[in-house]
Design a protein around this ligand. Structure first.
Ligand code: PLP
Length: 362
């Protein structure tokens, strides 16, 4: 390895594509003849305007975002959206949430501050190792939206099929699966993703929102920053945006386009996850914690069933150059996050290591 980099299986902030990091390095001291680094640039300068415009256009190209959707770059990470969504979309003050793990739980408790929240389905009974049946949910007529977390980063579950919202607006947290596969944007009213999982540096969220959901008649106490209209009317530059994150994300969007777009990402991600899941299914020491049909392509939790042995594996992997494999405390064991930028060779090397560990310690 040229830079002596570790294979980083972190759930986020997470590994970035090396060609993107190299490009950023090359532009660090003098961005394309501007005489300065992007970090030092006025966000009102023409050179920066081009960076943000291209980032938006490349994302639109990648996801085939229809013209009646706006793309917004907002700070506060994905977490701020837990509040912004009810503040902006609760017109009747009623919303439905599906509880599938740690991140949807957080969104639910925040939404409850703003209105009536119906948890219309939950997989809590088995510690969130599956997605509940959402083909016939009990959705009140006046519900403003139905909310899902499409990939639960901590529990490692993903939706094989979107819920039947019975004509209500669908809102999705795609933070840990954004751009990992093709997405039919018009199935949703709002998609959002904190970028530090699959795209870029932490501290920013991409919001893709259908134009008609952007309202003016919010509670007058709503902070100006927390209104989608503020961001939509000002091209995501009402105040100083996260210029650096937008620049880095833009590079990743361009890179993904250059390597074949989301269809290619999906193929690669399926092949990569298969290496890991095939191993887990054949191992006597390790087991995946999620029911097969709901397994995430991005976050793969697994356990030995013995806490001390789990800790021993984590320590051994770290010593061998595979970092951040410790599972979240609510699931325990280990978790391999294998986002877009994790090369297949990284997963293959990890599996070889775990096989050897099993042979020596089984
Ligand atoms: C990481 C994550 C969040 C929180 O992101 P922050 O940017 O830290 O606020 C929310 N939802 C999901 C699914 C995540 O993976």
């Amino acid at each position: 390895m040229q830079y002596n980099r570790t294979y980083n299986f972190s759930a986020g902030p997470a590994t970035m594509p090396e060609p993107v990091l190299e490009e950023i390095r090359d532009e660090m001291m003098n961005y394309r003849g501007s005489g300065m680094c992007v970090m030092e640039m006025s966000h009102r300068s023409p050179v920066y305007q081009q960076i943000i415009d291209e980032a938006e256009q490349d994302l639109r190209d990648l996801m085939h975002i229809p013209d009646n959707y706006r793309v917004l770059f907002i700070q506060g990470g994905a977490t701020l959206q837990f509040a912004m969504i009810p503040m902006n979309l609760m017109k009747n003050g009623v919303a439905c949430y599906v509880e599938t793990g740690a991140w949807s739980k957080k969104a639910i408790s925040e939404a409850k501050k703003y209105g009536e929240v119906h948890v219309v389905a939950s997989s809590k009974d088995r510690n969130f190792c599956y997605i509940p049946d959402c083909s016939d949910l009990d959705i009140p007529e006046n519900a403003d939206y139905v909310y899902i977390c499409e990939n639960e980063t901590i529990h490692g579950v993903t939706w094989p099929k979107l819920p039947n919202t019975k004509g209500h607006v669908l809102v999705s947290d795609q933070s840990s699966m954004f751009l990992s596969r093709p997405c039919n944007v018009s199935d949703y009213g709002l998609i959002y993703a904190g970028v530090q999982k699959n795209v870029g540096p932490a501290g920013m969220v991409v919001v893709i929102i259908r134009e008609d959901l952007i309202r003016e008649d919010l509670d007058p106490r709503t902070p100006v920053y927390m209104s989608y209209k503020t961001h939509a009317d000002n091209g995501s530059m009402y105040n100083t945006p996260n210029c650096w994150a937008i620049y880095c994300c833009g590079k990743v969007f361009k890179y993904l386009k250059s390597i074949g777009g989301l269809e290619e990402m999906e193929k690669g991600n399926i092949a990569k996850a298969k290496v890991m899941y095939d191993f887990l299914d054949s191992s006597k020491m390790f087991t995946g914690t999620v029911d097969k049909e709901f397994r995430s392509l991005m976050n793969i939790p697994f356990v030995t069933g013995n806490k001390e042995l789990d800790a021993k594996v984590v320590a051994a992997t770290k010593a061998a150059g595979y970092d951040n494999l410790k599972g979240h405390k609510s699931v325990g064991g280990l978790r391999a996050s294998v986002y877009n930028a994790m090369p297949k060779e990284g997963v293959e090397a990890l599996v070889e290591f775990l096989k050897k560990f099993e042979e020596e310690n089984g």
